[in-house]
Design a protein around this ligand. Structure first.
Ligand code: KDG
Ligand code: MG
Length: 402
């Protein structure tokens, strides 16, 4: 069997998605997510111009060899554009392998290690009263874990808080919009939010919080310490993570668990964090970290050091990525949590999929392969619309480090 065709599909059913479809000479198809929020066309061009010509005629069964060929062969290793493109190819090849074998992909990864994939929802609202109502809504839907984000008094808008609730979308303008930020206001406000949430929901519900890389290590240490009475499952992305050793300082000061990794592309981005046990959850995901093949490598390293998985699953990760993530989540021994932000009905229609939510768990499709596809004619009805992620300035106009 050989790869006969591969094409990139860019579509915007409410938000932009980039999808790679690979077709074999036997007519078997596989899909891979290649969406990089705000930089979609860079990955589309990387695939179309540089990857697809090299795929035609290759054996689709050689997943590992193709991964190594694309990673090493480019000479320019790593980076979100390269690794999202490699991820798309890798994901599509796992889909094809599953279809050829007649097995769901999780069976090829060693079979199920659990009955379902525990997911968390993203409860967000401007005020504490409104966020309590959002959390109650998630609890009523059966969620066992909820990430809690509110506005900060005195600040106009806050990243992570939006008008849309189940379908949160931060990329809001073709040219990045600008918001303001005050670390002092934020650090003063957040502990009072969690005090009220715990008082209302008791100890049973898993609570999480996303800092969105907005603090320095010592500020993050203070936040973690002030949140200890509320027993969070994790504090996410407390600081920008280019400087992995910065986490040593946070770790020395707080027992609040730390989750990081949604912007990581390779195992090298988290190697110190994992090996020194500076984090508790690694949040890299299929689409941005080199596909199923490389993410499994990251998860296996993490498993050696008591680090569990907590993959990113916001709306900019398409149902193709979510399908792939669920197969891996079901199989790996050190699974922790999976983020599950729902997609709009338009997105779900463009990407027919077989995964389902029940009682706080997601279950991957039992169909051979990943159990997801793209409806290309429907996708063509939604042309690409440029949309970038916002930036933050401090109250005096300084560009924030995040
Ligand atoms: O594209 C960026 C979003 O996916 C991200 O900001 C959302 O932080 C996020 C999360 O954890 O879902
Ligand atoms: Mg996040």
């Amino acid at each position: 069997m050989r790869i006969a065709d591969a094409r990139v599909i860019v579509t915007c059913p409410g938000r932009n998605f980039v999808t790679l479809k690979i077709v074999t000479d036997d007519g078997v198809t596989g899909v891979g997510d290649a969406t990089l929020n705000g930089r979609e066309l860079a990955v589309a061009a990387y695939l179309t111009e540089h990857v697809i010509p090299a795929l035609i005629g290759r054996d689709p069964a050689r997943i590992e060899d193709t991964w190594q060929y694309l990673y090493k062969g480019a000479y320019w290793r790593r980076g979100p554009v390269t690794m999202s493109a490699i991820a798309a190819v890798d994901t599509a090849l796992w889909d094809i392998k599953g279809k050829v074998a007649g097995l769901p992909v999780y069976q090829l990864l060693g079979g199920r290690s659990r009955e379902g994939v525990t997911v968390y929802g993203h409860a967000n609202a401007e005020t504490v009263d409104d966020v309590l109502a959002e959390i109650a809504r998630y609890a009523d839907l059966g969620y066992r874990a909820v990430r809690v984000q509110t506005g900060v008094p005195g600040l106009g808008t806050t990243y992570g808080v939006s008008k849309d609730k189940l379908f949160y979308e931060p990329a809001d303008a073709a040219i990045a919009s600008e918001a303001t930020w005050s670390t002092e206001a934020y650090l003063n406000h957040v502990p009072s939010v969690f005090a009220q949430v715990r008082a209302e929901f008791g100890p049973g519900l898993k609570l999480l919080h996303d800092v969105h890389h907005r603090l320095t290590p010592i500020e993050a240490a203070r936040l973690g310490k002030s949140l200890e009475p509320y027993a969070l499952t994790w504090m996410e992305d407390p600081v920008p993570a280019e400087l992995q050793e910065g986490f040593r300082l946070i770790r020395r000061h707080t027992t609040t668990p730390i989750a990081v990794g949604e912007v990581f592309n390779t195992v090298w981005d988290c190697e110190t964090l994992v090996r020194e046990q500076l984090i508790d959850y690694i949040r890299a995901t299929v689409v941005h970290a080199g596909g199923i093949t490389h993410l499994r490598r990251i998860f296996d390293l993490a498993g050696l050091y008591h680090v569990r998985t907590g993959s990113h699953g916001a709306t900019d990760l398409s149902p193709v990525c979510m399908s792939a993530a669920l197969h891996l989540d079901l199989a790996v021994p050190n699974f922790g949590l999976q983020e599950y932000m729902r997609h709009t009905a338009e997105t779900d229609a463009v990407f027919p999929h077989g995964y389902r939510f029940e009682g706080g768990y997601l279950h991957p499709s039992e169909e051979p392969g990943l159990g997801v596809d793209i409806d290309e004619s429907l996708a063509a009805e939604y042309p690409y619309r440029p949309a970038a992620l916002p930036v933050n300035r401090l109250l005096d106009g300084t560009m924030h480090s995040w």
